[in-house]
Design a protein around this ligand. Structure first.
Ligand SMILES: [Zn+2]
Length: 480
């Protein structure tokens, strides 16, 4: 079924879609009524920004148009923008104000491969088959983060609030790369607290359940030969992969039930009559915390060495990306919880509910429609998907807000998310997120005690140990 694009359609009729025009100062001057009033008044323009990023649908480390659009808006709004940081052309930091406290907010804007989908459709229907799409809603994520920072900054100026607002443009979240590299290269230095949000199917503050993950390439180097004429001269790298895979399959019996191990063979040779002298398999190793993941990575390395020994090949194990589980900061989360309860869940109309239940029917899950409540603060809120915010949370106090932008129980990294992310369902959630985040930034600028409590809690959680990056000093961000 098709749901007309109400708010956005209205916005587009009055707006040319050229980058410079979109990046003109967004909205009227600061209005009485604070950040909510500003965000209500400017909602059509933010909807257009989010739609533009949805249309760009740029995957990890290729988000050049999406990053440029957000950078230009922030610059026009008086933020000092530094582009291309930590070796990533699509990473940026934008700063407004000065002095303490320094409140950071994370923006993501990468799409996923293969998830192209028409907006507002309740069945799989790509705009272009095989093309990328916003199946994790990061067009909403990045836009709401920037909208919140702009709204909070206008209020900071109007109310003469102390402190600094920083927007971090963090690319390649889907590859667990952006934030880990930004941290390793010191981009967050001097930040007191960090806020984030993610599109979801419920309204709450995350309090757990995201998994730690390490992404590993295991390569084997053997000797090639004609597979029929003189195979005794060869040593097959693919054989090594098979021995390694068997070891890992046996290991699965002896890991905790919380572990999640998955892999794909990236290179297994080119032709059956040529002994492969090179093979590569990639593993994602996940569990509830980073310590358990590290323990399994130690065993994986032994399996790789053993496979090399058994097949007279050489193994090389390379860490490509890694994040620990998020340490959600309760003191900081409660600042956002108060604002979430004040703003309330998105207000849905009949067309929103119709789209949601049609998607639920199509996917084969209970037809519960859309979430109408804000869940009280408490344990166990979250999803098992990993995010590189885990690394940020180990270095700085971090809270992550979830706002409903899709049907209850609907799968993520899926066409249904891309469908809702350029539809009023997603846009209503985006507006709620931006209001909660903007008001929370200003609460924090006004309240040094809340900042101090968040920092004290992190010190306690980490036993005062300094943050150590999982990345090698010479590691470079690249898509794997
Ligand atoms: Zn995501």
């Amino acid at each position: 079924m098709q749901v007309p694009f109400r708010g956005l359609a209205a916005a587009l009729t009055g707006l040319a879609f050229s980058l410079p025009l979109l990046a003109a100062p967004i909205a009227p001057a600061a209005q009485p009524g604070g950040t909510d009033a500003y965000l209500d008044a400017s909602a059509p323009q933010w909807e257009a920004v989010s739609r533009k990023i949805w249309d760009f649908a740029e995957t990890a480390l290729k988000e050049s148009k999406s990053a440029a659009l957000l950078e230009e808006i922030l610059e026009k709004e008086g933020f000092a923008v530094t582009r291309g940081i930590a070796g990533m052309p699509t990473a940026f930091v934008a700063t407004a104000g000065s002095g303490a406290p320094v409140v950071g907010i994370l923006a993501e804007y990468d799409a996923l491969p293969g998830l192209s989908q028409k907006a507002g459709e309740a069945k799989k229907s790509p705009v272009a088959a095989g093309a990328p799409g916003h199946g994790c809603g990061h067009n909403l994520l990045g836009t709401a983060a920037v909208a919140a920072a702009v709204a909070a900054n206008r209020e900071r100026i109007a109310q003469k609030l102390p402190g600094t607002i920083r927007v971090y443009g963090t690319p390649a979240e889907e590859q667990i790369l952006g934030k880990t590299f930004l941290l390793r290269d010191g981009a967050f230095a001097g930040t007191d607290v960090v806020l984030s949000w993610h599109p979801e199917s419920e309204n709450y503050l995350y309090s757990g359940r995201r998994l730690a993950i390490t992404v590993i390439d295991v390569e084997f180097f053997g000797k090639t030969a004609h597979a029929a004429a003189n195979p005794w001269l060869g040593r097959s790298a693919l054989d090594a992969v098979e021995v390694f895979e068997h070891s890992m399959a046996l290991m699965r019996e002896h890991v905790l039930p919380t572990a999640r191990l998955h892999r794909v063979i990236k290179d297994g040779g080119v032709a059956a009559n040529i002994i492969p002298d090179y093979a590569r398999v990639q593993w994602f190793v996940r569990d509830e915390n980073g310590a358990r993941v590290n323990e399994m990575i130690g065993r994986l390395k032994k399996a790789a060495e053993g496979a090399g020994l058994a097949t007279e090949t050489t193994a090389r194990v390379t860490l490509l990306a890694s994040t620990r589980e998020p340490l959600y900061n309760a003191a900081l989360s409660q600042v956002l919880q108060r604002q979430l309860e004040r703003v309330g869940a998105p207000k849905w109309d009949a067309a929103d509910e119709a789209l949601a239940t049609a998607i639920q029917k199509e996917v084969g899950i209970p037809e519960k429609g859309l979430a109408k409540d804000v869940q009280p603060w408490g344990p166990g809120h979250g999803v098992s998907a990993s995010s590189d915010i885990g690394e940020v949370s180990a270095a700085y106090p971090l809270a992550e807000l979830a706002v409903a932008t899709g049907p209850v129980g609907a799968p993520w990294h899926h066409w249904d998310v891309a469908s809702c992310a350029a539809n009023p369902v997603g846009l209503r959630g985006m507006l709620v997120a931006s209001k909660v985040l903007a008001a929370s930034i200003n609460d924090l600028l006004r309240d040094p005690a809340a900042i101090a409590a968040a920092k004290a809690e992190l010190l306690k959680t980490t036993d005062g140990k300094p943050y150590v990056s999982p990345l090698a000093k010479d590691a470079v961000p690249k898509v794997y």
